[in-house]
Write a protein that binds this ligand. Sequence first.
Ligand code: GLY
Length: 315
Amino acid sequence: MWGIIATWRMAHDGVLAAKKMLEAEAFAGDAMETAIKSVEDYPFYKSVGYGGLPNENGILEMDAAYMDGDTFAIGAVAGITDVANPISVARKLSHDKFNSFRVGDGATQYAMLEGFERKNMLTERAKKIWEKRCEEIAKTNLSPYDGHDTVGMVCLDKQARMTAGTSSSGLFMKKKGRVGDSPLSGSGFYVDAEVGGAAATGLGEDLMKGCLSYEIVRLMAAGLTPQQACDKAVYEFADTLTRRYGKAGAFSLVAMNNEGAWGVATNVEFTFSVAVKDGTCGIFMANPGPDHTTLIQPITQEWLDAYEKRIKAPV
Ligand code: GLY
């Protein structure tokens, strides 16, 4: 068996590239890194890598993580700047026994010393969107915060090796140094190759209150299917957070077990991409359903056309 599941429509081209690699017996880590890099490299995705939206000072600070489900090795970066592919830096760090989670200048300097490509990641388009938002905030009481669509993936290869990874530019207009769930093990991602893995997207401040990626893996280890585990973890925590904290931000999780079965749960409309051996391959739309269930439908061409228009609309 092999399989890969990823958050958001934006991951789909990368998932297709990973699918080819997995069919040809590639290591899950290589296939997943290729898939995440393709999202990081695409200039029209506003929440990951090149083209991502900056913090309130106009600086693009990025977070990423890589986890190996066989060894539990983790590498992560937070607030890294001017580096083309944060996921590759995170993966490299996962080989280190110490200092494997780097932040800010420490992360950027590490990437430079290790020879990763230096790149100005703030596109003219992202800069314009930031300038426009600054003007709007000055004029109105508009909440400055918006958009936190992480790409998160879980990957299983033919040898039953599993990896999980994330990459995100985090919350648009965040304060300097703000870090979300994406580089945090257990919150943004988690994988145990003897069980399965999960990855998250959504409001990091709330996701990390529930350690939802770890919780989903724990529930799968206890015998739940990936879909049951996602439904239970996500909807019960959304209810608990609403009751005890007053509200729950948007969050969505994807999961896959070590047999290629997968699941998704979300408290908002959410798209995801999945490919598994001899089975599903495509983009789907998920919505919260009745009684702590998730409604999943194939994406429509109409939705895809509108999405394409929206991400490329003039600023
Ligand atoms: N989920 C990404 C973030 O909140 O930064």
